[in-house]
Design a protein around this ligand. Structure first.
Ligand code: NAD
Length: 386
């Protein structure tokens, strides 16, 4: 790594059990007065929406608590109309990656309407006209990145289009492990594997840099320590805290690199086949690592070591295969689906060729460290995972 280039972002991060109570004081410093909250029903049921309503009082001018997975364009338009009408000046995404992505998408749309700024020309030092604040309740990591995906529902099949805009980076991120205590076991497990996948793809990214490598390695260590414990006892606040730390590090490493084959395929499986993002991650990750292993094994050694594999005594390829076996084992222990046929999204084996074609055209897939030069390579991987 004797040449690198990366962007880091100005964000205020508050981490710790009970930190939701600091929201009022934190937003005071930013000076925004008209917040819109984008969230989902589970946050309402758990009482967290009520807490935000109480904390922000009249500063909360709109609440939308029905955000669907995969940020559908129809809902983006619906929320944009509400935000515009209520004259919102800042957006809070609370929940998983979908509400946080929704907050980013609506803020960007409002900015475009009010200021006519183009996303593609944004530089890392520009301030958002309509800032995003994020309060994550899963391990998806979106809170640390300037990226969001919007699913274009009028295409056939629907397609998730990813946008990267430095102005979309959440300015304030409030991590309260107490919000994750109610995260059901399957969501805990699958979004936890998503966090692990951020660390792993950051380690072998074509844009890897000293910061992303250090942060991702630490993320793997914390996730390895904590994920199974969270799955086995969701009320274990120590495990929840360590796992949220691991996902924070996964998100931070993700923010300064580009992902590869694994994430590109997960976006295709989510946007075009309706597979939940975490489930797609759990099924694809071991196969994507195997696909890349002959090119990236040395870069994955810190992750293998963080997972307890004695890397000094074996070859990098053997260490990486041992890591793949550990990941398969962890996924099995958490009862996650391990095959595309069991994804729950109704996929048929006959869909794989079409998904491979879409995968081949995907920009993230094309950023994979091992070049993907033929559709057949992706189809083979999908068939292995079938
Ligand atoms: P999600 O936000 O779609 O949520 C899935 C389900 O989890 C919902 O039904 C929700 O109600 C439930 N849920 C969330 N938190 C809960 C809690 N604490 N208790 C009970 N239920 C809870 O899922 P996700 O996996 O967090 O996010 C996936 C989305 O985020 C995808 O669209 C993905 O593309 C995107 N993503 C973006 C980035 C990025 O860098 N921008 C990173 C990761 C994921």
């Amino acid at each position: 790594m004797d040449k690198f280039h990366y962007t880091s972002y100005a964000q205020e991060v508050i981490f710790g059990a009970g930190s939701l109570k600091q929201l009022s004081e934190a937003v005071e410093r930013f000076g925004y007065q008209r917040f819109m909250l984008c969230t989902n029903h589970s946050m309402r049921v758990a009482g967290h929406v009520d807490s935000v309503e109480t904390i922000l009082g009249e500063r909360l001018v709109a609440v939308f608590d029905q955000v669907h997975p995969h940020v559908q364009d129809i809902q983006v338009n619906e929320l944009f109309a509400i935000a515009d009408e209520k004259n919102a000046d800042a957006f809070i995404g609370m929940g998983g990656g979908s509400p946080i992505g929704m907050a980013k998408a609506v803020a960007a749309m409002l900015e475009k309407k009010r200021t006519d700024q183009s996303n593609s020309l944004a530089s890392s030092i520009e301030q958002a006209a309509f800032p995003v604040l994020a309060i994550p309740s899963t391990y998806a990591g979106s809170e640390m990145t300037p990226v969001y995906g919007v699913t274009h529902t009028n295409e056939n099949p629907p397609r998730k289009v990813t946008v990267s805009n430095p102005r979309s980076i959440p300015k304030l991120v409030l991590y309260d492990p107490e919000l994750t205590v109610g995260l059901p076991p399957e969501m805990t497990a699958s979004t936890g594997i998503n966090a692990l996948a951020h660390c792993i793809e950051a380690l072998y990214s074509i844009k890897r840099n000293p910061m992303s490598t250090a942060v991702a390695t630490s993320g793997v260590r914390h996730i390895t320590n904590a994920l199974l414990r969270c799955y086995q006892d969701g009320n274990d606040l120590d495990a929840r805290t360590e796992m949220l730390l691991g996902s924070h590090l996964g998100g931070l490493s993700l923010a300064s690199v580009t992902m590869g084959l694994h994430h590109g395929l997960c976006h295709i499986l989510g946007g075009s086949a309706g597979v939940p993002h975490g489930i797609a991650n759990s099924i694809i990750l071991p196969y994507a690592i195997r696909f890349n292993a002959d090119v990236v094994a040395p870069q994955l050694l810190p992750a293998a070591e963080a997972m307890g594999i004695p890397v000094n005594r074996i070859s990098p390829m053997i260490a990486v295969e041992a890591m793949v076996q550990k990941i398969f084992h962890l996924i099995g222990q958490m009862n996650l689906p391990q095959r595309l046929r069991d994804s729950g999204a109704g996929l048929q084996e006959s869909d794989l060729a079409r998904l491979a074609q879409l995968g081949y055209q995907n920009r993230t897939v094309q950023n994979n460290p091992k070049p993907v030069t033929a559709v057949s390579q992706i189809e083979k991987l999908l068939r292995e995972a079938w």
